[in-house]
Design a protein around this ligand. Structure first.
Ligand SMILES: [Zn+2]
Ligand SMILES: [Zn+2]
Length: 159
């Protein structure tokens, strides 16, 4: 168990979250969580929350780090953490998530055929396939379209 997991267990338990929900959030078995709570005087709290904490975190209702309720603004990007402090702590405890984030899939639309496709790790990709790139780039005259103007500084295709 890492210090971070121990801290998460403590904070979630203080909010009355059940062992099972805590276990799924921190990625440890229910027994480990229960034993830790017993050993740290955290087993006396009645579980008031029946909602699965992980679900609340995924939906943005609770902080991914400490489980505190988050009040979401009506507009703008959904917050995942109650504070900058929690965000920093969580990311530093999950370096593998940064990796995953960096190589996320992006939903983009092909600039040539208009087909939506998934681009892996590159949100500036413009074409679904090499064929579309070639068509858009070199077949413009034949198809009676405007000359090609590439987006400055963008990677054009990796297909
Ligand atoms: Zn928090
Ligand atoms: Zn295409």
């Amino acid at each position: 168990m890492t210090d971070f997991q121990a801290k998460q267990i403590r904070e979630l338990r203080m909010r009355g979250v059940g062992y099972r929900a805590i276990a799924s959030v921190v990625g440890l078995s229910r027994d480990i969580v229960r034993n830790y709570c017993k050993g740290h005087g955290l087993d006396g709290y009645a579980s008031a929350l029946t909602l699965n904490m992980k679900e609340q975190m995924a939906s943005g209702a609770a902080c991914m780090c400490c489980g505190k309720q988050i009040v979401q603004a009506a507009t703008g990007r959904k917050r995942k953490f109650c504070s900058d402090k929690c965000r920093r702590e969580w990311w530093s405890a999950h370096p593998e998530a940064i990796q995953r984030k960096a190589t996320a899939y992006y939903d983009v639309t092909c600039a040539y055929c208009g087909k939506p496709f998934k681009s892996y790790g590159n949100k500036n990709r413009r074409y679904c396939c090499h064929e579309c790139y070639v068509r858009d780039r070199f077949w413009r005259e034949e198809e009676g379209r405007e000359p090609y103007v590439g987006p400055a500084g963008r990677e054009e295709v990796k297909a």
